[in-house]
Design a binder for this molecule. Structure first.
Ligand code: HEM
Length: 486
């Protein structure tokens, strides 16, 4: 609703400009170049993945070009990949927002750039995240995804509470013998939670999936995105060997088939809804559910939860005490944890938003120009040609100094109050503003609200159970229980 009112950048779905509105910005040629054929992309690729790393890579080029919009190459590229590495980088809030305007950009097959993992990983079909809004199947599947989340809203809080109690009981029982790594317990929790809330299936019903479901998911997920994920150790061997080939599906086909069979057997209700209400075939339903559950949800949370915990760990401002106070005030004994009480915890939610701002789990977003159009940054206007690929790097965009005060600092209450609410228009982790609505006609994450509320519930549950937790690396080294409770 507030997106419709703010049509003053380029067209209807862009958020408002960050600064007071300058009416005419100068037209500028897009700076930067793609370099010599083959050598240019190779040099950029080695800098991106090896010498500089992605963040420095983009930062250096902002400085060099004196612009947050410029031409560069990004991986993957030759010799094995047929991808075209040429992109126009968009690295401030205003230019990045053009990626949300589905009249300006097409999102067909560009989830991870001008290269797509083999469709063998997804049952020989293109799943929702690779479909453009102009393809009718996109809306069908997106609505199906939104519907499954809506339907699970009644089991959401009790499922989360049960699974988290189980996770913390296990961690509690192991703590006396030393620090406990949270990586496996959290992945098991996320896997079970996503299975129940997204597909209505319980891993506990299958001994194989209960034990190995999350590892099967990890392997399937890892293999398809490995070629594009920057790995900054063991270079340049990694670059040459790991990033030069797409991996063959057969390495994980057994894992995927096990997950498929599990869903097919246990998910009869959700599958039949996909078929009758959303007119999908049975196979389309299952493969898309697996992708949403595994790639979108499980993959996303697997990055987000550790980020939340390291934000707690690195805080020096006494944030745990403040969060604890708010949680117990709003969800103390009589009211309890609920979708209503969580809405009242503005500091808890702001902490989650700030974590997503500084650690967006999906760092890169792409969009291909549907037509020639004019793109604006804070200071200039650029001419984009039909077919050009725009590439946004969220970690830098979310530290745009024209939008965020103290952009490099983790400010836990940044998103509270009136001003904080306005800032949500510029929080982009979901491939759209946090104030926007995911729908069949855009490409915003279907789990936009589910994700932030689940993360808030996770923190609230933690601070109902403990006064504080001590985290070292990826382990809990101590937890302090409330003294009032036995
Ligand atoms: C798309 C992030 C969880 C469903 C996306 C996109 C991002 C994203 C960045 C857009 C990708 C692009 O087009 O460039 C995340 C993160 C999550 C998360 C960080 C968790 C921390 C979920 C959950 C669901 C979900 C729980 C469950 C329904 C989807 C779907 C799409 C999508 C269906 C495709 C949207 C479309 O094609 O229109 N997600 N997501 N995501 N996400 Fe999420």
């Amino acid at each position: 609703s507030n997106m419709a009112a703010n049509n003053n950048i380029t067209s209807s779905s862009s958020p408002p400009p960050a600064t007071s509105q300058p009416t005419s910005l100068p037209l500028r040629e897009i700076p930067g170049s793609y370099g010599l054929p083959l050598l240019g992309p190779l040099a950029d690729r080695l800098n991106y993945s090896w010498f500089q790393g992605s963040e420095k890579f983009f930062k250096k080029r902002i400085d060099k070009n004196q612009s947050t919009v410029f031409r560069t190459n990004v991986p993957p590229s030759f010799p094995i990949f047929t991808a075209n590495p040429n992109v126009v980088a968009v690295l401030d809030c205003k230019s990045f927002a053009h990626l949300f305007d589905m009249e300006l950009v097409e999102k067909k097959n560009i989830l991870v750039g001008d290269w797509m993992p083999s469709t063998k990983f997804t049952g020989d079909r293109r799943v929702c995240a690779y479909l453009d809004t102009s393809e009718p199947q996109h809306e069908q599947i997106k609505n199906f995804a939104l519907d499954t989340l809506k339907r699970s809203s009644t089991i959401w809080v009790p499922t989360l509470t049960t699974l988290l109690d189980k996770m913390w009981d296990t961690i509690d029982s192991q703590l006396p013998s030393g620090p406990v790594s949270y990586l496996v317990p959290i992945q098991k929790f996320i896997f079970a939670f996503c299975c129940q809330c997204i597909a209505g299936v319980d891993p506990a019903n299958s001994p194989d999936i209960a034990e190995k479901g999350y590892i099967r998911m990890d392997r399937w997920l890892g293999l398809q995105i490995l070629p594009t994920v920057p790995i900054n150790s063991f270079q340049p061997l990694v670059e040459i060997f790991l990033h030069s080939f797409p991996y063959p599906y057969f390495l994980v086909s057994r894992d995927y088939n096990k997950l498929y069979e599990f869903l097919e057997k246990e998910g009869k209700e959700v599958i039949s809804r996909g078929q009758t209400e959303f007119k999908l075939t049975k196979e389309d339903t299952i493969h898309n559910l697996l992708f949403i559950l595994g790639f979108n949800a499980f993959g996303g949370f697997t990055i987000l939860f550790p980020s939340l915990l390291s934000a707690l760990a690195s805080d020096k401002t006494g944030i745990q005490e403040k969060l604890c106070k708010q949680v117990r005030e709003k969800a103390g004994s009589e009211s309890g944890l609920s979708l209503r009480s969580i809405q009242e915890m503005d500091l808890v939610q702001s902490f989650v938003y700030e974590t997503l701002r500084l650690n967006p789990p999906v760092p890169l977003q792409y969009g291909r120009a549907r037509k020639d159009f004019e793109l604006s940054s804070h200071d200039s206007i650029f001419k984009i040609k039909k077919g050009e690929l725009l590439c946004g790097y969220q970690p830098l965009v979310m530290r745009d100094p024209k939008v965020f005060d103290e952009p490099e600092t983790f400010v836990p209450d940044r998103f509270t109050g009136e001003k904080g609410k306005e800032l949500l228009t510029y929080l982009y982790w979901s491939n759209g503003p946090q104030s926007g609505l995911p729908s069949g006609s855009n490409k915003q994450c279907a789990g936009k609200d589910f994700v932030t509320l689940t993360a808030s519930l996770f923190l609230a549950h933690l601070f109902l159970r403990y006064d504080s937790v001590t985290i070292t690396g990826s382990s809990f080294s101590a937890v302090e229980k409330p003294k009032s409770k036995p």
